[in-house]
Design a protein around this ligand. Structure first.
Ligand code: SF4
Length: 321
């Protein structure tokens, strides 16, 4: 009798995944995350990273850190953008993918030129602080931390406002804090957060160059999907973060973040394939890092998604200079 695990189709599928994982197509984060046995990983809605996992990025003066037990030094107040920009983009040796990136960038710039002028009104906190996004963001955080607008306030440990540079040109948005984030008050600090850091670093950024936030600022019990009334109660905080930071590119991590921000029921597969716009800002979507921990074969697609993002970032920077 053939054991289910020995079925030829399964063996072939496992081999295909293994080859995909170990092909020389990307930097370390792509190669060093071996396939995770399904039995060791909870479903996406219940991913609970190991308690001992530590964030790999040390907040710096540009990080808007939370006040609580984050394993990081307190930020030094400054209203200046990061002194150094991101590292150069990783070289793209595959001419077909290079052309794909160029075509994507050109098409996005064309669509961007057709967008109506941004309708996002400047946040009153920006006005209060003379246009300084760092101080405006800190004031907004002070408003959000005591929030009890929805029932998640009853079960959360800490509000997770978000972290990164108030001058960020790229903003990554997930759906909601998980267990480690809820305990530490920081976004993406568990196992999936460490993977996100690797992904960001692989395209030349670090956490000082970007801002990372979530649709919801409090953890849904058991990491379930956000409910419509919770999104409705919380989305204004995200809109205000966007109005203050004014990123040039938004990257949604996972289906829930993308569908919520873009107000669509389209699948992540469909949303990943093209660029979208939120209030005139280009929006891209890719897999949530927690999904990559469960499905390592998706890392290749993610790697391509973030390289396209970096190509678009460079094109936008070039256009400005
Ligand atoms: S999820 Fe948002 S709206 Fe609900 S309590 Fe937390 S901060 Fe307030």
């Amino acid at each position: 009798m053939t054991h289910a695990d020995d079925h030829p189709d399964k063996l072939r599928d496992d081999l295909r995944k293994w080859v995909g994982q170990n092909k020389d197509l990307g930097p370390d984060w792509f190669l060093d995350e071996g396939p995770v046995a399904a039995a060791e990983v909870p479903p996406a809605s219940t991913v609970q990273p190991a308690a001992e996992a530590k964030p790999s990025a040390e907040p710096t003066a540009e990080i808007v850190a939370e006040p609580a037990p984050a394993p990081a030094p307190a930020p030094k107040p400054t209203s200046q953008p990061p002194a150094e920009g991101p590292a150069p983009a990783p070289p793209i040796s595959n001419p077909e993918f290079k052309k794909e990136c160029d075509d994507f960038t050109e098409a996005t710039l064309g669509l961007l030129a057709q967008q109506p002028p941004r309708q996002v009104a400047a946040d009153p906190l920006l006005e209060k602080h003379g246009g300084d996004p760092r101080h405006a963001l800190k004031d907004l955080r002070d408003e959000v931390l005591p929030c009890r607008l929805c029932k998640l306030a009853e079960t959360r440990t800490q509000v997770v406002f978000g972290a990164g540079s108030a001058h960020a040109k790229v903003m990554f948005i997930g759906e909601a804090p998980g267990r480690d984030e809820d305990l530490q008050g920081q976004p993406f600090v568990g196992a999936s957060g460490q993977l996100l850091t690797k992904i960001i670093e692989a395209i030349g950024f670090d956490r000082r160059h970007i801002f990372i936030g979530n649709i919801l600022k409090c953890r849904p019990p058991g990491n379930r999907d956000p409910l419509p009334d919770e999104v409705m109660a919380c989305e204004n905080f995200l809109k205000r973060q966007l109005a203050i930071i004014q990123p040039s590119i938004i990257c949604c991590l996972g289906r829930v973040a993308a569908q919520t921000l873009l107000g669509t029921d389209d699948s992540l597969g469909k949303l990943r394939g093209s660029v979208h716009f939120y209030e005139g800002i280009p929006v891209m979507a890719t897999y949530h890092p927690a999904a990559l921990l469960r499905n390592p074969a998706w890392k290749r697609d993610t790697w391509n998604d973030v390289r396209r993002l970096r190509a678009l970032y460079d094109a936008l920077q070039q256009r400005r200079s």
